[in-house]
Design a binder for this molecule. Structure first.
Ligand code: SAM
Length: 258
């Protein structure tokens, strides 16, 4: 090996070591979630400020005892009309609060693709599924621009309290669009921006108007909505070429009656 060749080999080895050291030493913050090759995160999207990713150390909040009463999760699940045998993606699944419930609904013939960008969240989900003897959940470690879903196979993509955290919303919307069957739907569940009584920080809320600024331009049409949850909007979208019938977004009253 010539001197020049051995120098080049040394350089390559050094870059590899540095790259690995940096990745291993990164603190477990939201910034550490992005892979080194991901494009830089956006600050805003279509006029909305993007929120930080919820850290896995906050996971106990997702399975707090009061969640059912505060968010009426059983009502949300009933609204989604998931059937036995469905392929459902719980995108931004966290520690699996909804994945486990959905797994029981789709049964042995169905599957839940539980996607998250934090390995630790998927570890928590695996442990919970195991302790409840649930075997039809497939955890997927995603990147911030690619949820790693199969094309054209999903009946429902559930996005609970996560879309406002996507650091690359356009790429994620495109990937979700690709993953849907023609009759597939996306259920977007976000805390209501219009309602000051919802006790959540403004950055982690969305208005219906803002949602409609983001989904239709990405090739989706609104096919349903549910205004009956205490804190959250539920808006159902399908691909613009879907046979499902389009509906108009109903306005949310900006003033809450006493
Ligand atoms: C506030 S938690 C909600 C968890 C769950 N949906 C629930 O309601 O219990 C948001 C989760 O979305 C994940 N997340 C954020 N951006 C993501 C992305 N681009 N793809 C997949 N998961 C993402 C975070 O890691 C976090 O676990």
């Amino acid at each position: 090996m010539s001197h020049r060749q051995s120098l080049a080999a040394c350089h390559a080895l050094l870059s590899l070591v540095l790259c690995c050291t940096q990745a291993a030493a990164a603190p477990p913050t939201s910034a550490a979630v992005a892979m080194p090759r991901d494009p830089p995160a956006q600050d805003t999207y279509r006029g909305r400020k993007i929120a930080q990713t919820m850290h896995y150390q906050g996971a106990p909040w997702l399975i707090r005892e009061s969640r059912e009463r505060e968010e009426q999760c059983a009502t949300l699940l009933a609204t989604l009309k998931v059937k036995g045998g469905d392929t459902v993606c719980d995108l931004g699944c966290g520690n699996g609060f909804y994945s486990l419930k959905l797994a029981r609904r789709v049964g042995d013939q169905g599957v839940i693709l539980a996607v998250d960008i934090q390995q630790e969240m998927l570890g928590l989900l695996r442990a919970r599924a195991e302790s409840e003897n649930i075997h039809n959940i497939r955890p997927i470690l995603a990147s911030v621009v690619d949820p790693g879903l199969p094309s054209g196979q999903i009946d429902l993509v559930l996005l609970v309290d996560v879309y406002h955290e996507f650091s690359h919303p356009a790429a994620m919307l495109q990937a979700i669009h690709c993953s849907l069957k023609p009759t597939g739907r996306v259920a977007l569940v976000e805390f209501r921006q219009e309602d000051p009584q919802v006790p959540i920080k403004p950055l982690h809320k969305m208005s219906k108007a803002q949602i409609m600024k983001e989904f239709p331009p990405a090739g989706f049409k609104l096919v349903g909505q549910f205004d009956g949850l205490p804190w959250q909007h539920v808006m159902l979208f399908a691909r613009a070429d879907s046979p499902l019938t389009e509906v108009q977004a109903s306005p949310w009253p900006t003033e809450i009656s006493p």
